[in-house]
Design a protein around this ligand. Structure first.
Ligand code: NAD
Length: 513
């Protein structure tokens, strides 16, 4: 039944057997090599996508630069109206798009729908924002002068995205960038190219129906080499890149070398601190969902639990029980909790993390393993594992993009737990489970969590679009989505206007002519 469904799903999203991976809107072309998209769910070939060559890329950039000249002149609330229409289309296509996300990436159908809902939510947010792109007015020190600041469109925004949020991350960027008056060129992950094709088809219809030019929404496809075309391109003032820290360091250097701006959303190593006064039931729910949801492939997945010694055994035993109830299998079947990893390379990384934690002296209290047999033919299904470890283990310092949870014990005050939690290079998401007000406030204070996201009595994973999303340290420092994250998509200008017949010079300088 899944196969039959998929055929209908792909058709409703305009995804064909072989797709042109380069698009400037409704004009699709491509002369590069072919990527095959295989589903981690059952290993089946879903469809193929032709990648973007250097010549294709030049055509895209020429159109994007031209489109910007038109789009930037459209009043922001009118740009908001286009984004509103895009959100409406997403509402209608929520089910097929959610299903494609689930089948191509491997997350559960419910999570696929959730990702599309995030796209809808950010569109709604952006529509309101289109009437609120305001700067400040200041009092000038000079008589008869007025001073204020305004935000103008920036230009072509390059978007590089990761496989694990194959549609939402793009929309977090585009919905804001479009109302800000920018045009976007997107390179999705080479592991989820069909999600990119489907999204571009949806956007293209909206721009075409409104008589807008080619180039406001562009798609390019391929591996890191295609991404590099954007990072080295002076015509792109802002590159927004989501993915591994390794990738972020390369992208940041390439963009900085030409003094461009980059918005980086990189890896996390997220922890939940469990204090003696934690609600254990809530802790277990939050930790299990955080660690095994999306098979541990969220940037905000819970990797470390830092548990006070007084409740350590209780939490550990409750987790072991909860893990026994997890059902692993086809993510389109809603009774399963855990789907596959993205590919067999990810399975190798999972296996080597388990070996490494044992070789460093860790103790596997929930054993892992790769599943075989009926329903697991893709070779991408693994058992979520839990290891007792120590904060200084090398493996605990790294992000393992798989369902492996490390239990760490602390004693004494909450400051000790905070020190462990901050003692890694990443700084994305963090949480404390406690009913102790002092511990909670300590965790949120200036000497508390050093992450971009810090939660009390909810887990680390997921975020609402209304807040700014991103992390500190090697997570890259970028902020996307809500709050005032829009400002990075615009250029800021300070304006001073003299409405007198005098021209007083600054610093009292006299310049008699
Ligand atoms: P990845 O770094 O392998 O790839 C991400 C994207 O970068 C892909 O599109 C890839 O083609 C491109 N890329 C790689 N090298 C490049 C280069 N030198 N120049 C230009 N582009 C390049 O990451 P992945 O495996 O797809 O995703 C998983 C990682 O993403 C995890 O570390 C996860 O934590 C992180 N992530 C972070 C966030 C966040 O918001 N902080 C969100 C999602 C994922």
């Amino acid at each position: 039944t899944t196969e039959f469904d998929m055929e209908k799903t792909l058709k409703s999203l305009g995804v064909k057997e072989i797709n042109e991976g380069t698009s400037t809107g409704s004009d699709n072309f491509s002369s590069g090599t072919i990527i095959e998209s295989r589903s981690p769910v059952d290993g089946a070939l879903i469809a193929k996508v032709k990648t973007t060559s250097k010549d294709d890329y030049e055509k895209v950039m020429t159109r994007a630069v031209e489109a910007f000249k038109i789009w930037r002149k459209k009043p922001a609330p009118q740009r908001g109206e286009i984004v509103r229409q895009f959100g409406e289309k997403l509402r209608k296509l929520k089910e097929p798009l959610g299903k494609l996300v689930s089948y191509e990436m491997g997350k559960s159908y419910q999570e696929g729908l959730g990702e599309v809902q995030e796209m809808i939510d950010i569109c709604d947010f952006a529509v309101g924002l289109s009437r609120q792109l305001h700067g400040l007015t200041m009092h000038s020190e000079r008589p008869g002068h007025r001073m204020y600041e305004q935000y103008h469109p920036l230009g072509v925004v390059g978007i590089i995205s990761a496989f694990n949020f194959p549609v939402a991350v793009w929309s977090w960027n585009t919905a804001l960038a479009w109302v800000c008056g920018d045009v976007c060129v997107w390179k999705p992950s080479e592991k989820t190219p069909l999600c990119g094709i489907a999204c571009q088809n949806i956007a293209a219809e909206v721009f075409k129906a409104n008589g807008l030019p080619e180039g406001i929404s562009c798609l390019i496809n391929g591996d890191y080499k295609v991404g590099e075309m954007m990072t080295h391109d002076n015509r792109i003032p802002l590159v927004s890149a989501t993915g591994s820290i390794r990738m972020g360091k390369i992208v940041a250097q390439a963009v900085a070398a030409r003094l461009g701006k980059s918005l980086l959303e990189l890896g996390g190593n997220n922890a939940i601190i469990v204090t003696p006064e934690a609600d254990i039931k809530m802790t277990v729910i939050g930790a299990v969902f955080g660690a095994v949801g999306t098979a541990g492939q969220r940037c905000t997945s819970t990797r470390r639990l830092i548990i006070h010694e007084s409740v350590y055994d209780q939490v550990r035993d409750a987790l072991i029980d909860a893990y026994k109830q997890l059902r692993i299998g086809n993510p389109l079947d809603e009774s399963n909790h855990v789907g596959p990893l993205i590919d067999t390379d990810a399975v190798k990384l999972y296996n080597s993390a388990l070996q490494k934690v044992v070789s460093e002296g860790g103790n596997l209290i929930v054993e892992g393993g790769v599943l075989e047999g009926e329903g697991y033919e893709s070779g991408c299904y693994v058992k979520p594992a839990i290891a007792e470890a120590r904060p200084d283990f090398e493996i605990v310092q790294h992000e393992t993009f798989a369902p492996v949870l490390y239990l760490l014990k602390y004693s004494g005050s909450v400051e000790n737990a905070i020190e462990i939690q901050n003692g890694v290079v990443q700084g994305l998401s963090s949480a404390i489970m406690t009913n102790n007000l002092r511990d909670a406030e300590q965790f949120l204070s200036s000497s508390g969590s050093d992450c971009g996201i810090a939660n009390v009595n909810i887990g680390t994973s997921g975020a609402e679009i209304g807040g700014a999303f991103g992390g500190e340290k090697e997570t890259g420092g970028g902020r996307e989505s809500g709050s005032d994250a829009w400002k990075i998509y615009m250029r800021r200008q300070t304006n001073t206007i003299n409405y007198t017949a005098e021209l007083p010079l600054a610093q009292g300088i006299k310049f008699d002519l």
